[in-house]
Write a protein that binds this ligand. Structure first.
Ligand code: GLU
Length: 296
């Protein structure tokens, strides 16, 4: 098979305004794309309808444009998860043909009471509803029985990794009790259908990688994507910024007259790139990432 040209994506969830952490992530996505000659697609990950809002989607597009990050595509229904229900249903049908996908009526409370927690606090679903054959009428999620075994991959920044989905989360939830597709399922289906073969994202998503590789394989993906998990932003004391202690929104910085190069420089510094305290031009990003990660 001919090697496929690299395709990556920036996949924000429109649950709020972009902050410096998002700018640092965009910097890694477009910087690595420049280094590896990849196309960059933009995908709106709004599978969680309760938390996502359309006004944030518009603001994200504006902020990216201001920073100088240009995706290759416009956001059409194909690139917005809330418009892709038919695609996920088709993928679910494909999974069902070869694997046990079953109705699960367990609530959060049930999970807390009956499922052990993994090292990261995630509940490991051992298959409580696997053989129950619950009727369609009752509220239910859909889970995939996918057995044991490890998934190995070579992270472009972190090196070789092994993960065992059965010990991380057990049978995978594909759709929740409210009828919403889960992040893991939507992302694996989307990366596959969009031809994404280079995934650049924060280390906070590293734990998802083995399960997404496995899910993609079960969906019929021939070769897994290549993954690069980058560091997360930290404050001046080196402490990782959590969702609650976010820096000001990029839109506020823009309204205050701050230049995008200044914001990029600050985001780069906070994510540990070797830039000191100075503005960073869009065209310098690739070289900065190459220098930090020994890719020159
Ligand atoms: N939509 C996810 C987020 O905003 C990113 C998903 C991914 O890169 O796999 O955190």
């Amino acid at each position: 098979m001919k090697p496929q040209p690299p395709v990556t994506r920036y996949a924000p969830s429109p649950t709020g305004r972009l902050h410096l952490g998002h700018a640092a992530h965009a910097l890694y996505v477009w910087g690595l794309a420049d280094l590896l000659g990849a196309r960059v697609l933009l995908r709106i990950e709004d599978h969680d309808r309760q938390r996502c809002r359309t006004e944030y989607e518009a603001a994200i597009l504006e902020d990216l444009d201001w920073l100088g990050f240009e995706p290759e595509n416009a956001v059409t229904p194909d690139y917005r998860q809330s418009d892709s229900d038919a695609v996920y249903r088709e993928a679910l049908g494909r999974l069902r043909r070869g694997h046990n996908v079953y109705r699960c009526v367990c609530t959060r409370k049930d999970l807390a009471a009956h499922c052990p927690a993994s090292g990261t606090g995630e509940r490991i679903y051992g298959g409580r509803c696997r053989a129950a054959n619950h009727p369609r009428g009752a509220p239910h999620g859909l889970r995939l029985e996918w057995g044991g075994g490890e998934e190995s991959f070579e992270d472009g920044f972190l090196g070789p990794r092994k993960q065992e989905p059965a010990r991380q989360c057990g049978d995978l939830l594909l759709r929740d009790r409210h009828g919403q597709w889960t992040y893991q399922f939507a992302v694996a289906v989307d990366d596959m259908r969009h031809g994404v073969n280079l995934i650049v994202r924060g280390e906070d998503l590293l734990d998802s990688t083995g399960r997404q590789i496995r899910l993609a394989r079960l969906l019929g993906r021939a070769a897994p994507a290549r993954f690069y998990h980058h560091p997360l932003v930290t404050d001046a004391a080196g402490v990782k910024l959590g969702k609650k202690q976010r820096s000001p929104a990029l839109g506020e910085l823009r309204a205050d007259g701050i230049r995008p190069e200044k914001v990029l420089g600050e985001a780069a510094r906070m994510v540990g790139l070797p830039v000191e305290a100075r503005p960073l031009e869009r065209l310098e990003i690739a070289a900065t990432i190459a220098a930090r990660h020994g890719m020159a």
